[in-house]
Write a protein that binds this ligand. Sequence first.
Ligand code: SF4
Length: 380
Amino acid sequence: MAWWDRERYWHLVRPDAVEAIHNETFRSALRWYYSVLLEGYPAKFVIARSIPVEADISRASLEELWDLHRALAREFESRWREVREEGTRYSEFVQRYGSASPSFVTLKAEIARRIIRRCCFCERRCGVDRASGAIGACRVDGRTYVHSWFLHLGEEAPLVPSGTIFYGGCNFACVYCQNWDISQVSPREGAVVDARRLALIQKELASRGARNINHVGGDPIPNTHTVLESLEYLDVNIAQLWNSNFYMTPETMELLIHVMDIWLPDFKYGNDECAKRLSGVDRYVETVVRNLRVATEWGDMIIRHLVLPNHVECCTKPVLKMIADNLPRDRVLVNIMDQYRPEHRAYSYRDIARRPRPRELEEAYSYADSLGLLWRDISR
Ligand code: SF4
């Protein structure tokens, strides 16, 4: 089936995605996402954009911008609560509050633009001036490179069809990366896209039937500034999804929590040694757990864990245990992924140079069961 037919007949390609709308576990765990998707509640960026900024932010220092951000965050919380309690629909909300310019979203984009001058979007904290063309560990400068965008039919059932945008560059260096071309080898060969163009791409995806806008890569983290600015121009109501390795700094989390409706984090490793050896990052566990805790307070979540061969004891089990111990089990869906295959440089690492065995997957599933995690239906 050609891609345009697949898009048109997505319900035939993924009948489970049609069924997902009626799945009580999904409806309950992803309550906010479904409120935007099915009930027509305003997505969080619409609420954030309704809050005016009454200051000249171009002249303010970064410290002053953060002070203002903290003040407006309180107003956001109040309006978001009101929407959920009153069941306010998008058109009613816009009629009541309108869309401000400059707004809380403008302020976020301004802070993000300042941050890339000494980049600390992720815990690598390179400190390079990406606005002047310097390249960080993520292999991209301050421009945003989009490699492709389309309706993704391979994501988790509640998300399909997912309006997915693949950005170049990644702050990780996974030796087994499945998207190694855009993340590590040729990240700057995509189309350079500014915020207005990115908003148009999102609008086009929405018009083709996307249930959400799925920011992925590579990783979206190095592109936080463009994503935030695009939300100033986006004039359709659609849920925003952050599909990431979750290695953001607290500053980046602070910018994202008021505009992302659903989180799709990869929780890869159960210890820092495996993270360092296979992805080249430090302080992995504390960073990801910290961000997961924050994100569960600010939207719905499906956590992905890719089962690596020979890593069930050191990674899969500790990851599942940390989810059970640190996050609300009734609100977090866990996708235990079985599709690992050696790619990129994986054949140089003996432990991960094969696919996981059925016995390893079964062990992961039964351990998730023993912890009471919500993983059935969502894992394929
Ligand atoms: S996004 Fe992360 S890896 Fe990239 S320059 Fe910024 S701090 Fe470095």
